[in-house]
Design a protein around this ligand. Structure first.
Ligand SMILES: Nc1ncnc2c1ncn2[C@@H]1O[C@H](COP(=O)(O)OP(=O)(O)OP(=O)(O)O)[C@@H](O)[C@H]1O
Ligand SMILES: O=P(O)(O)OC[C@@]1(O)O[C@H](CO)[C@@H](O)[C@@H]1O
Length: 304
């Protein structure tokens, strides 16, 4: 079974404005809210792809209740640890440009963290855990490492979608998949990366550092897949970006759903890219039909 872990879930509040001026009163053109947080987005897209998962993490208060109920109405299993403070609200401002204000989120007690670890200890070699998103400030910076070590003990495979040191520190434990974007890849190596060629050069380093499969997205410039046997380059479909929040998470979900169904890495990569773009072209996350519609536009080229 696939489990997703969101340590700091959110209600994403998406606000559309004509323009934004500091210090002024603004009235929205329209707005929408969705349960968010990277692991939760992965669970929601997996469900669209008819792949079941169980969402783990910490939730609290009225925002936490909203997140849990929303997932329930989508028939997504959850097993959250409850915390005292409200889950956060993240603001996504659309003004032609996309700006985000991600909140700090609730404090997590040692007791709550310990309950979460007990849940992860129940996983086994048939399971896969997706660890995605930032770590609340009240948890140690080594949290992902600690959780990944538990996966190693249980035999469960794991996927990590996180930035900087969080990602670097788990590579030696051999994640099944990681998915940095090209900016995050550059930050890992203290350099600027702007082309697929540079992505390939640095992506290969991540494989040599322990990652089994690496997908690096470059927004509208395409995406690269690298493992020890092959390097693949994909174009992205053409369309109008409505809201790219969750596009990266959709790539992880599209990949896992298609790989579980077909066992074919190339097909999984194609689904990954189509899912990312289908989400970028929607207000919320992609649906199965939107992904199917974009799939024929995604061409994969093997780089030798
Ligand atoms: N302008 C675009 N046109 C087509 N597809 C896009 C565009 N922008 C993003 N995408 C799709 O979304 C995927 C992820 O985009 P990006 O590289 O911005 O990742 P990310 O930064 O992890 O995303 P997120 O916005 O979720 O943080 C791309 O691989 C592509 O499939
Ligand atoms: O603050 P984090 O954990 O880094 O990211 C949280 C977040 O921006 O990521 C998701 C999109 O990927 C959103 O649903 C959510 O608001």
């Amino acid at each position: 079974m696939i489990y997703t872990l969101t340590l700091n879930p959110s209600v994403d509040y998406i606000v559309k404005l004509d323009s934004f001026q500091l210090g002024a009163l603004h009235r929205t053109e329209n707005e929408a809210k969705f349960p968010g947080g990277k692991g939760i987005n992965v669970s929601r897209v997996l469900k669209q792809m008819e792949t079941n998962s169980k969402a783990l993490g910490f939730i609290g208060g009225f925002t936490g209740a909203y997140i849990e109920q929303f997932l329930e109405t989508e028939n997504i299993e959850t097993d959250f640890v409850k915390v005292v403070e409200d889950s956060r609200i993240n603001i996504k401002l659309k003004t032609g440009q996309e700006s985000e204000i991600n909140a700090k989120g609730p404090d997590i007690s040692e007791a709550a963290f310990s309950l979460l670890k007990d849940k992860i200890r129940q996983l086994n070699a048939d399971d896969l855990l997706v660890l995605a998103g930032s770590i609340p400030g009240s948890l140690p910076k080594t949290t992902y490492e600690e959780l990944v070590k538990i996966c190693k003990e249980t035999g469960a495979q794991f996927v990590v979608d996180a930035e900087g040191d969080l990602l670097k520190k788990v590579l030696k434990y051999k994640p099944f998949l990681i998915k940095p974007n090209h900016h995050e890849l550059g930050e890992l190596f203290d350099t600027l990366i702007s082309s697929p060629e540079e992505v390939i050069q640095f992506g290969k380093k991540l494989v040599s550092m322990g990652a089994e499969n690496v997908i690096v997205s470059l927004a509208d410039q395409g995406a690269v897949f690298i493992n020890k046997d092959s390097t693949l380059l994909a174009n992205v479909p053409k369309g109008k970006v409505k809201n790219s929040v969750g596009a990266g998470d959709s790539m992880v979900a599209g990949f896992l759903a298609a790989y579980e169904r077909t066992g074919d890495l190339i097909e999984a990569f194609r689904y990954s890219v189509a899912s990312g773009s289908a989400t970028a072209f929607s207000l919320g996350l992609c649906t199965k039909d939107q992904v199917a519609e974009l799939l024929p536009q995604v061409q994969i080229k093997e780089i030798r």
